[in-house]
Write a protein that binds this ligand. Structure first.
Ligand SMILES: *Cc1c(COP(=O)(O)O)cnc(C)c1O
Length: 379
């Protein structure tokens, strides 16, 4: 099945009780049993819910996986993956990744004896060099937030597979429309569904996708035991969001390309981070593993002061100043003071995350209007 058909039909079977074409919102906590132990496959809604089940089937299909699991947030999905591990186990992860993932790893799990090692995964050799006999998981994010670094998933999988080390990829920035890590050798795909999959800035949710039935059993056990499950209304909203993922992503990519090229020529802009530039560091790998380059980009200003960045950030009208990304409306964000404020300034600067770095989540409005808005703000 081709991609558009898949997005529209994934997980969509008419409701068996009425024939309703859209999966109903099964707003229930429990299910009446015919006799003790005799039920229709649904016992208690933390463990099973028909709306969630339809969505989890959709998750599997859109990532070319066999199984999908839904969680109450992206970080809850990540949390479930780390709970596969035991004290003493080691994780290798990217040194440039979502701040909430870093916080979860360092502030929550380190105290349980799990050790995390941060390396520059854009060079797969660094991953190989960090592996010890205790390494159980490699956690990748590509493209990264906010510097759009690209890691070669296939190259890392070639290192982890022979050693039976799990490879998990946070695929939030690309979305399943642009990149399918399971096809490239990953064992687990994680999404902050909150972003492109939901697509309308109206839901917090997470997802895991995988091919191994054994892994699915272990993660399902964690899902029901720890209980970070989304409600049926949120599942319904995401089922609805996925149906337009391909048309939204096409427009995000088209607008992203126009705006990246426009910014690059702007006399007041210093540097634009977007993986679609042929001379960008990650271009060759992005071209190989992604279908297009996405709607996320960052840029710095020639006047690299906090004041100048603040002036631009406060002057847009169509771009709303907010955290998050992946919705139909465009957002503007200041990593140094917002999403990445928890990282010490010296650390930030080392990685190129300067005071004037501005991140854009390009929405699906008309590109001309978005450019006019940015033109006025940059001045
Ligand atoms: C937002 C985000 C997360 C966390 O997801 P939540 O749904 O906010 O819990 C994880 N990874 C990336 C890349 C994100 O952008």
């Amino acid at each position: 099945m081709k991609i558009a058909t898949k997005m529209i039909h994934a997980g969509a079977t008419p409701d068996p009780s009425t024939g309703a074409i859209m999966t109903p919102i099964y707003q229930t906590s429990t299910y009446v049993q015919e006799a003790p132990g005799k039920n229709k496959g649904f016992e208690y809604a933390r463990s099973q819910n028909p709306t969630r089940k339809a969505l989890e089937e959709a998750f599997a299909i859109i990532e070319n996986g066999k199984f999908g699991l839904a969680f109450s947030s992206g970080v809850a999905a990540t949390d479930a993956v780390i709970k596969l591990l035991e004290p003493g186990d080691e994780v290798i992860c990217a040194n440039d990744m979502y701040g909430g993932t870093y916080r979860l790893f360092t502030k929550v799990f380190e105290k349980f004896g799990i050790r995390f090692f941060y390396v520059d995964t854009t060079n797969a050799a660094n991953v190989a060099a960090a592996i010890t006999t205790k390494t159980k998981l490699v956690w990748l994010e590509t493209p990264t937030n906010p510097l759009m670094n690209i890691t070669d998933i296939e190259a890392v999988a070639a290192i982890t597979k022979p050693k039976n080390i799990l490879l998990a990829v946070d695929n939030t920035f690309a979305s399943p429309y642009l990149q399918n890590p399971l096809d490239l050798g990953a064992d687990i795909v994680m999404h902050s569904v909150t972003k492109y999959l939901g697509g309308h800035s109206d839901v917090i949710q997470g997802a895991l996708m995988m091919n191994s039935a054994e892994l699915r059993e272990k993660l399902y056990f964690i899902q029901k035991s720890c209980g970070a499950v989304p409600g049926p209304m949120d599942c319904f909203l995401v089922l609805r969001g996925i149906k337009t993922l391909h048309v939204r992503m096409k427009q995000h990519c088209e607008n992203g390309k126009i705006i990246a090229n426009w910014l690059r020529k702007h006399p007041k802009v210093a540097k634009v981070y977007w993986p679609g530039f042929e001379d960008s560091h990650g271009y060759a790998v992005a071209k190989k593993q992604m279908r297009d380059f996405g709607g996320m980009l960052s840029f710095t200003l020639k006047d690299d002061s906090m004041e100048n960045a603040t002036r631009v950030l406060s002057s847009t009208h169509l771009f709303s100043l907010a955290e998050s990304l992946g919705g139909v409306e465009s957002l503007i964000n200041h990593p140094a003071s917002m999403t990445h404020a928890s990282i010490p300034r010296e650390e930030r600067l080392k990685n190129g995350l300067t005071d004037s770095l501005i991140r854009l989540s390009i929405g699906i409005e008309d590109a001309e209007d978005l450019i006019a808005d940015l033109e006025k703000a940059i001045g």
